[in-house]
Design a binder for this molecule. Structure first.
Ligand code: ATR
Length: 261
C-alpha cells in the first residue's frame, strides 16, 4: 500500500497519520467503506514524526483534509491538538480520531474494544502503554473486574493511580481462573513471545490481541485451546466509529473486514 511523507501528501479527504505508517491497512479498509457508501472520498496513509504533528495537521487541513486518524506515536499529540473531547477521551488522554472542521477529537479504540470484546471476569490485561490506557478506561467504565500485568511493574502501579482504576496490579501474568487475557504489549510487533505459562489457561477462556499481523501471543493461545480474537475486529470497529464521528454515516463493517483480511 502506498504512503506519503506529510510534506508531499497530495490532496485527499481523510488520512491515517503514524510513524511508521507503511504497515497500515486503514487506507484499503476506508476506501472499501466509502465505495460501499457511494461516496468519492480519498483516504491516505501519511508519515508524521511526532515533533512535526501540528505543522503536518495544519498543512493537511489547508489542502482539504476533513478528518484524521492518528496511530502510534501520535495519539497524545492528537489529544493535545483537539479543542474539544468527550469525557472518556479526556480520561484516557489520547485521541485516535480528529475532526479538522470542528476541532473535536475522540478515542474510538475504547468503544471499539468494548464492541469487540465479549467475556466474563476477571480480565487480565497485559501491558501499560497507550493501548492499555484506552482498554483499561473502557473496562473500568463498564465495571469489569480487571487484573493488570506489565513487564515493568512500576508503570502498571503508576497507571492505576493516574487513571484512578479499580484494577489490581499483578506481578505475574497468571492465567489461572482468568476468563480473558488481553494483550496490549508491543511484544508481538517485535515477534517476541511473552513469558506466560499457557498450561494454566482455563478451558474456554478468551485470548484477545489488540494488534493485527502475526501474533506469537495468539499462536500460543490457540495451542492451549483458548478462544481467540485477533486485532482485525478492533481495526474495523475503531475505523467504522471514526467514519460515523466525521460524517454521521454508518459504514458496512463486513465490507471493511473483507478489505483487511
Ligand atoms: P502502545 O502505545 O502500542 O501501547 P507503548 O506505549 O510503547 O505502546 O507500550 C508498549 C507496552 O508493551 C509496554 O507495556 C511495554 O512494557 P514495559 O512498560 O515494560 O516497557 C510492553 N512490551 C514491549 N515489549 C515487551 C516484551 N517483549 N515483553 C513484555 N512486554 C513488552
Amino acid at each position: 500500500m502506498s504512503w506519503f511523507e506529510w510534506q508531499d501528501a497530495p490532496a485527499g479527504d481523510y488520512a491515517v497519520l503514524g510513524d511508521p505508517v507503511s504497515h497500515s491497512r486503514s487506507p484499503q479498509m476506508h476506501m472499501a467503506a466509502y465505495d460501499a457508501l457511494g461516496v468519492p472520498w480519498v483516504y491516505r496513509a501519511v508519515r508524521v514524526p511526532v515533533e512535526e504533528f501540528d505543522s503536518a495537521v495544519a498543512r493537511l487541513e489547508s489542502i482539504g483534509y476533513k478528518g484524521l486518524n492518528c496511530t502510534v506515536p501520535l495519539k497524545e499529540a492528537a489529544f493535545r491538538w483537539a479543542s474539544e473531547t468527550d469525557g472518556t477521551t479526556k480520561r484516557i488522554g489520547a485521541a485516535n480520531t480528529l475532526d479538522l472542521k470542528t476541532g473535536q477529537g475522540t478515542n474510538t479504540d475504547a468503544p471499539g474494544f468494548m464492541a469487540t470484546f465479549h467475556s466474563g471476569e476477571p480480565v487480565l490485561v497485559l501491558g501499560a502503554g497507550g493501548t492499555a490506557r484506552a482498554f483499561l478506561v473502557a473496562l473500568d467504565e463498564a465495571g469489569y473486574d480487571v487484573r493488570l500485568w506489565n513487564r515493568t511493574a512500576d508503570k502498571a502501579y503508576r497507571l492505576v493511580d493516574e487513571l484512578s482504576l479499580s484494577a489490581e496490579v499483578v506481578l505475574c501474568p497468571d492465567l489461572e481462573g482468568v476468563a480473558a487475557v488481553v494483550n496490549t504489549t508491543s511484544a508481538s510487533l517485535q515477534g517476541e513471545p511473552l513469558d506466560i505459562d499457557w498450561s494454566r489457561a482455563q478451558s474456554g477462556a478468551l485470548a484477545y490481541e489488540a494488534a493485527y499481523g502475526r501474533s506469537p501471543f495468539l499462536e500460543s493461545a490457540r495451542a492451549a485451546n483458548m478462544e481467540t480474537i485477533d486485532g482485525l475486529p478492533l481495526l474495523v470497529e475503531q475505523g467504522a466509529l471514526a467514519i460515523t464521528f466525521w460524517t454521521g454515516l454508518v459504514p458496512d463493517r463486513s465490507v471493511m473486514m473483507d478489505a483487511v483480511r
